[in-house]
Design a binder for this molecule. Structure first.
Ligand SMILES: Nc1ncnc2c1ncn2[C@@H]1O[C@H](COP(=O)(O)OP(=O)(O)O)[C@@H](O)[C@H]1O
Ligand SMILES: [Mg+2]
Length: 314
């Protein structure tokens, strides 16, 4: 919904970003067909979709790096096509991997970027914050993948931005570095900075984002909290356990249970709401306490499948 919100003090405030009916083509190739969304102050807003969906094109238009063919964009009250210099001072953008010369040292790159900033942050503070103190005199091309990502984050913050754009931030990172990066993003939000996170990783959107715009073929197909996406589609969970008990007809009578299937001693109970708790208590009441009782909840991946009729990857 487009419009004004009310903050905790009762003031009407404009969204940090408003995009209405954005369109962008490269020649005959339509990258963004018709895309609208709003980002509120202080949230982590995800733009989630498969490769080629138009995510990067969208955030490039929002940052004033590309000119939209059609539509209206406002960022921090500014028009990114005509007020890009002012916008640059107030937003932080993550660089692409190829953007830094290999021999540039970590501390030097921070100095270089800070030189253009009106409200610059002290380099030592950034090095500490992003755990790069020990790498300060190290050249860019000697850094590990995780260290590079932390440097890109540090560089996005040299101008104390109100809003940062992070595009495929954890691409190519190992699971441990990914999780560490996620923690850092949560820290950014705690400090009050609004984050726009572009990703094709469902789990990343699910873990980090307050709200997600699911994008496919240059259009927004849903906007909600990750849990709201799943709940709104009424997707069911599956409770699994094993038992040698032959008759479980009483489980199927529970309101929350949709179906029960049996494969040898392996039981799958499909249902919604508090299905795990109710199945568990019913089992215990019948003297059955399976050691392997567990639930698989629907994910954002399942929501994407239902919304588009296909898997995001593979
Ligand atoms: N500079 C460009 N020139 C031509 N086509 C492009 C360019 N950048 C992106 N595209 C195409 O536009 C579509 C959307 O790309 P992009 O915005 O990068 O999507 P995403 O970030 O979701 O992967 C893709 O089909 C891509 O190949
Ligand atoms: Mg992209």
């Amino acid at each position: 919904m487009l419009g004004l919100g009310v903050n905790s003090e009762g003031w009407f405030m404009a969204p940090v970003i408003t995009v209405e009916h954005l369109q962008k083509s490269y020649g005959h190739m339509v990258a963004v067909e018709d895309l609208s969304f709003e980002v509120e102050e202080g949230e982590i807003f995800g733009i989630l979709g498969p490769n080629g969906a138009g995510k990067t094109t969208t955030v490039e238009c929002v940052q004033g790096l590309r000119r939209a063919d059609n539509g209206r964009i406002r960022v921090l009250g500014l028009d990114p096509t005509t007020e890009v210099a002012e916008l640059r001072q107030r937003i932080g953008a993550q660089l692409q991997d190829s953007a830094l010369p290999g021999r540039l040292k970590v501390a030097e790159s921070l100095e270089l970027f800070a030189a253009f900033a009106r409200n610059r942050v002290d380099s030592d503070q950034l090095l500490t914050r992003w755990k790069l103190q020990e790498q300060r005199d190290q050249a860019f091309d000697t850094l590990s993948g995780g260290q590079r990502q932390r440097l890109f984050l540090a560089l996005a913050f040299v101008n104390s931005p109100e809003l940062v754009f992070l595009d495929e931030l954890t691409q190519g990172l190992d699971p441990q570095a990914r999780r560490a990066t996620w923690d850092l993003i949560r820290e950014i939000r705690r400090d009050g900075t609004t984050v726009v996170l572009v990703t094709h990783f469902m789990d990343e959107a699910e873990q980090l984002c307050d709200r997600v715009a699911v994008v496919d073929d240059g259009r927004v197909i849903a906007i909600d909290t990750p849990q709201g996406l799943i709940d709104g589609l009424g997707l069911s969970s599956v409770v699994r356990f094993t038992t040698s008990e032959p008759d479980l007809g009483w489980l199927e009578k529970l309101d929350v249970v949709e179906s029960l299937t049996r494969n040898g001693e392996t039981i799958e109970v499909r249902g919604t709401g508090p299905v795990l708790a109710l199945v568990a208590s019913e089992l215990v009441a019948h003297g059955i306490a399976p050691l392997d009782l567990r639930i698989d909840r629907p994910t954002v991946e399942d929501a994407f499948l239902v919304l588009t009729g296909r898997r995001m990857r593979g």
